[in-house]
Design a protein around this ligand. Structure first.
Ligand code: CA2
Length: 146
């Protein structure tokens, strides 16, 4: 039974997944990851609203929208993770839990990826498990919202 909506938000360049850098990000496309999230959402009783944008303002608007229309958010903010005070503030401005997700283990990569501007504002961080990071985030949202 689907009773609640979870937003799964994706930031810049994630639309290119599966087409470049499979050694880092895997060979699955974002559409493949969306399908995995939908299947997991059905198991957990979530409707999954899955979105991607290359624009910071879209992601900020969607976080605000989730505050009104969703019970939680999983976000892979991609490069904005490391730069965006505005995303940090947006996450703090909403009352629903937000989980930070990354495909790669950002701590095992370049130093500039070790700092997350949004990590202090989110409920928790999952990274390094490829597409499965998204599934773990949905499962975490399920356990903390029921
Ligand atoms: O590991 C992750 O999920 C990241 O959020 C992915 C971002 C990166 O900037 C973060 O540090 C970690 C990159 C998004 C996708 O970039 C692509 C680059 C080339 C080919 C395909 C995707």
């Amino acid at each position: 039974m689907v009773s609640s909506t979870v937003f799964v938000l994706n930031g810049p360049n994630l639309n290119a997944l599966g087409k470049r850098e499979p050694g880092i990000y895997g060979s699955q496309t974002l559409a493949d990851i969306e399908a995995l999230c939908r299947t997991e959402g059905e198991k957990l009783g979530f409707a999954v609203d899955f979105r991607q944008s290359n624009h910071e303002g879209d992601l900020i608007g969607w976080i605000h929208e989730a505050g009104d229309n969703a019970i939680g958010v999983a976000i892979n903010a991609a490069a904005y993770t490391h730069t965006s005070v505005a995303l940090h503030d947006a996450i703090r401005a909403v009352g629903v839990p937000v989980i930070e997700v990354h495909l790669s283990n950002v701590h095992a990569r370049e130093e500039f990826r070790h700092r997350s501007m949004i990590a202090p504002a989110v409920r928790g961080v999952i990274c390094g498990f490829g597409a499965h990071s998204y599934i773990l985030a949905l499962q975490a949202l399920s356990s903390i919202t029921r």
